[in-house]
Design a protein around this ligand. Structure first.
Ligand code: PMP
Length: 283
């Protein structure tokens, strides 16, 4: 594989980042994951807009313009011949002597990118649906910033696996926040979608924004409000969204099957609508 490091396209075995990089020492870094479908980028502008916001919130310098980032994304997908998969992008505050204080202004940020081939359209989790368990959301309260502090999410995914389920929905003050790496939704008995409003407690999913547009265009009602685990267990159906998962049905929460325990109609329909929408908009 060819990877990208600070402006250079190099074989992954030759790519280097300093031991003193603040991303490595302090998790002082932000990231984005953009999907590649049919060799094209899905909602690139949305991901770059969120990247700019993450950088601004952390007072981190921008490593490149959107045009440069687009060119680099396209070149990386092309040289690695990825038609379906993703591009991971990470920006850290750069290399500096270890100090909690930020390095002096002018310190160059570190920008790395790599591709990963992944089957996005087909998958067992889509056909079978996900089983999820719930856990306390003990993350820091700036979950709106897409930092590389993913240790808790990683712990939870492993806990899910150890418990024989697929993922975890996190709960704060009795209300579901989001999945370990996705946004969470339930479908009411009337067929409305319920999802938590955007705040510092969740990541504003790029897929979430597109999904809400798709739902509106197809006259599916959205209730942007918090919901409890009890309400979720009694829901008609449930699902998650993320760039790489797109729309994935949830069929079980804490051992309680939703409906008939099979992926729901609303989730399946929204997945198809979303895929078509993404393909048409991809650049
Ligand atoms: N919430 C969290 C905690 C995530 O890690 C992700 C995926 N990065 C999402 C939501 C979904 O965001 P997106 O649709 O932009 O992939």
């Amino acid at each position: 594989r060819t990877v990208y490091v600070n402006g250079a396209f190099v074989p992954e075995t030759e790519a280097k980042v300093s031991v003193f990089d603040r991303g490595f020492l302090f998790a002082d870094a932000v990231y984005e994951v953009t999907c590649i479908l049919d060799g094209k980028l899905v909602d690139f502008e949305g991901h770059m807009a969120r990247l700019r916001r993450s950088l601004d919130e952390l007072k981190m310098a921008s490593p490149a313009t959107d045009e440069e980032l687009l060119a680099a994304h396209r070149k990386l997908a092309q040289v690695n011949n990825v038609k379906e998969g993703l591009i991971y992008l990470q920006v850290s505050r750069g290399e500096a002597d270890r100090d909690f204080l930020f390095p002096p202004e002018g310190t160059a940020p570190t920008l790395v990118m790599f591709t990963q081939e992944k089957s996005l359209l087909a998958g067992p989790s889509v056909d079978k649906g996900l089983k999820v368990m719930t856990a306390d959301d003990i993350r820091w309260r700036r979950c709106d910033i897409k930092t590389v502090q993913l240790l808790y999410a990683s712990l939870l995914k492993n806990e899910a696996k150890a418990n024989g389920v697929d993922d975890v929905w996190m709960v704060l003050d009795g209300m579901v926040t989001e999945g370990s790496s996705n946004n969470a939704y339930i479908v009411t008995q009337e067929g409305n979608i319920v999802t938590r409003p955007i705040s510092n407690d969740i990541l504003a999913g790029i897929t979430r924004a597109s999904l809400m547009r798709c739902a509106e265009e197809h006259q599916i009602k959205i209730e942007e409000r918090s919901f409890t685990v009890e309400e979720a267990k009694a829901a008609k159906e449930a699902f998650t969204t993320s760039a790489t998962g797109m729309v994935v049905p949830v069929v079980e929460i804490d051992g309680v099957a939703l409906g008939d325990g099979k992926p729901g109609q609303v989730a399946k329909r929204l997945r198809e609508i979303f895929i078509q929408f993404s393909r048409e908009k991809a650049i």
